[in-house]
Design a protein around this ligand. Structure first.
Ligand code: FA5
Length: 348
């Protein structure tokens, strides 16, 4: 058969040429010539229909085989040329495409941010709306409206960082908020009950540092005001939080405490994670770590924002955030969170 002989000659010629090719450009020209749409081989395959049935099968089969052989030859040559090209490049130009990629350093959220999100989510699932407030605050919101007038001794319990801003009468009314409680006032000025909010954020105090105290830390404030809210709602909410965050086995303790903006006032403590209640350096030997102050919103606070304490009542709490991961993971010094030691931070 003439056709078959033609195909064999084509193959021999093509392979001979392929061996001699020395550049990718030459290789591309070869591909177009022997395997492209207008190549002889494609022509043979296209014209099969014109052949008598008996020869058509044999010619078609052989043409396809040769096509596959030429394609394989092309691939092999392409690899060889690429390899040779890499070898001749040197220094920065050389790109070894077979090297595995370099991993990018992975970032993550700071453990305090993680916990802040987790706590906000727990309260959000109980129906509390998450809101934020300013870190630079007026004396009015941080103290005055919270029933802490000037000269009130409670001001001394939160050593304040005052801002260098003086009014004409010589007052310095601007400060870095010492707690998240000013948002109670800001929120209730605008929104009337029923209301339920939590307020996560930074707070600042002019304080010496030790294993459980730092001058900048985070709090999350909680506030719920409605008809008929009682101390039982406050305890139930905080117990539920402790159960979900620390698990059902961790002991929780409530004791009386005093804050001018609640009546009655309490503090809540959690069994120390380091010594399991036996007493250690972290808990000062008591076996407990105080995590929050709380209480029933003082009638004077409600009156200040024009909510009638004869009709409505509410509870509020202010939780210190850093102490929470300390209690969960048994971290024995609060300062570790802010020394930027990646070996410590990467554990969370
Ligand atoms: C307050 O800040 C009140 N605003 C809490 C409150 C809110 C009471 C609503 C009643 C109603 P206190 O100063 O105790 O309270 O701080 C609350 C929590 O912040 C403490 O329980 C503690 O967990 C944390 N905390 C206080 N000072 C520091 C500090 N220097 N470093 C780290 N955490 C602190």
């Amino acid at each position: 058969m003439d056709e078959i002989r033609q195909i064999e000659e084509l193959k021999t010629g093509a392979l001979r040429e392929l061996v001699a090719i020395g550049s990718t450009k030459g290789l591309e020209a070869w591909r177009v010539g022997y395997l492209g749409k207008k190549s002889q081989l494609t022509g043979v395959l296209r014209s099969l229909g014109r052949l008598p049935l008996a020869t058509r099968k044999a010619v078609g089969a052989r043409a396809n085989e040769v096509k596959a052989e030429l394609e394989a030859g092309f691939k092999q040559k392409e690899q060889a040329l690429l390899g040779a090209q890499l070898e001749t490049l040197s220094g920065e130009e050389a790109v070894d495409v077979t090297l595995p990629g370099r991993a990018l350093p992975e970032g993550r959220l700071h453990p305090v941010t993680q916990v802040l999100h987790e706590i906000s989510d727990i309260f959000a699932s109980m129906g509390f709306k998450v809101v934020e407030g300013p870190e630079v605050e007026w004396d009015y919101y941080n103290f005055e409206a919270l029933n802490i007038p000037k000269e009130h001794p409670a001001r001394d319990t939160m050593a304040t960082l005052w801002l260098d801003y003086e009014t004409e009468s010589g007052d310095r009314p601007m400060l870095l908020r010492t707690h998240t409680s000013p948002m109670q006032i800001r929120f209730m000025e605008k929104v009337k009950p029923p209301l339920r909010i939590v307020v996560p954020g930074k707070v600042f105090r002019y304080e010496a540092t030790d294993a459980t105290h730092i001058p900048m830390f985070h709090q999350i404030e909680g506030l719920a005001v409605d008809k008929g809210i009682s101390m039982a709602d406050l305890k139930g909410t905080l117990y539920e939080f402790a159960r979900r965050f620390f698990g059902p086995d961790r002991q929780v303790r409530f004791r009386c405490d005093y804050f001018p903006f609640v009546e009655p006032g309490v503090e809540m403590a959690i069994e120390c994670a380091v010594c399991k209640g036996a007493g250690c350096r972290l808990c000062g030997g008591s076996g407990w770590i105080e995590i929050l102050g709380a209480g029933m919103v003082h009638p004077k606070v409600l009156e200040r924002v024009e909510i009638d304490p004869g009709i409505y009542s509410g509870f509020a709490f202010g939780m210190g955030i850093e102490r929470i991961p300390m209690l969960r993971y048994g971290v024995d010094d609060i300062r570790l969170f802010y020394t930027s030691d990646l070996r410590f931070l990467r554990q969370f």
